[in-house]
Design a protein around this ligand. Sequence first.
Ligand code: SF4
Length: 403
Amino acid sequence: MVTTLKQHANGIRPTGLVDRVLDGLDSNMTRLFVPWVARHPRYLGAGLRLARSYKKTEKLRREALKAGLRVPPFLILSITSQCNLSCVGCYAAAVGTLESRRPTDCSQTRPALGYSQWRDIIADASELGVFSFIIAGGEPFLFRGLVQLCEEFEDRFFVILTNGTALTVSDYARLKKTKNIAVIVSVEGSEELTDSRRGKGVHKQAMETLAKLKSIGVPSGISVTITRKNYEYWMQPENLDRFVELGVLVGVFIEYIPMMHENLTGTGHESMNDKAELMLTAVERDEFRSKVLEYRRENSFYVIHSPGDEDYFGGCVSAGRGFAHVTPSGDLTACPVSNLATHNLSTASFRAGLASPLFTAIRENEHLLTNEDTPCALFGHPDEVQEIAKSVGAYTTDSLEVT
Ligand code: SF4
């Protein structure tokens, strides 16, 4: 099997099981992950099981679409409203996800979901055809039983987005045995860039976490918010190499989006009042995009770039087109940066939420899915999104007020 995988990794097309299972998967991804799996034997069986499971979910999604239901391959779960950091410009804070940074008058919020409720939501979404769950927050490792919850669904792939400062010895001990989890650590660039946004000493802890993940053989990556302050740092290949040496396989580059509704009371080192100033200009966006495509051709690192990659899918992939999002209290929103909902998954099914007038309207209004000159389609059409929300009786997840 190892030989076959190595052959496959080196582009030699063997026939048989591995070939059939890997056929049709993203070639950039297989070229990077297959050698990694070959070096980490505990993932051999799991890798094939997940590839087969991916194909089954693809079939489920196709059948659902034929029946008029759009099921996304990914579901983002903001599993906790707790966080141990207070980063400047935190999205979760801006949409009212973070308990510690909700405006004091934000009286009406629902209770956070517990372990068994999240298990039910993952089971329900998996049955419909969701293949991968992206676990966000707040800080996910503050959620008790996080790794155990992922282990309960061995034929689904979990990506945990962490600030890299809250993993415990028992988390590492458990992660050491897992075969269906990747951990993505947030950094901004150099020590100075990360600490100036996330707090003193955070960069060092994040790098130590990456080194520990490498030592226990857990696939890892980094997540970066690209602003005018750090995009040039990430245009230097030698800066990426530092992370590749730490075993990082994936880089998620998300261009900064100023929030439509801010309740940022962060204690960060410098305010981000002039938020739009931080957004890349159109020229800088093109420069950065061509660099990303160059990194992709070199393939030492799997790059995911938002919003650039949405172009492959014909624009914004929110509202079930590519993913959807669940808040810590179970509200289903089109995207992590949107605070509009009509369904709560502690009482409603995922199917009902996906088929909701809110999601349907966002998906069917194609022009709403184009970015204009901003990194976020929904952000680019605030009034129309508000109009739709009003017309379907949506509520805001941070105050439960009907729009
Ligand atoms: S770690 Fe994440 S959730 Fe916590 S404050 Fe920072 S950006 Fe926000």
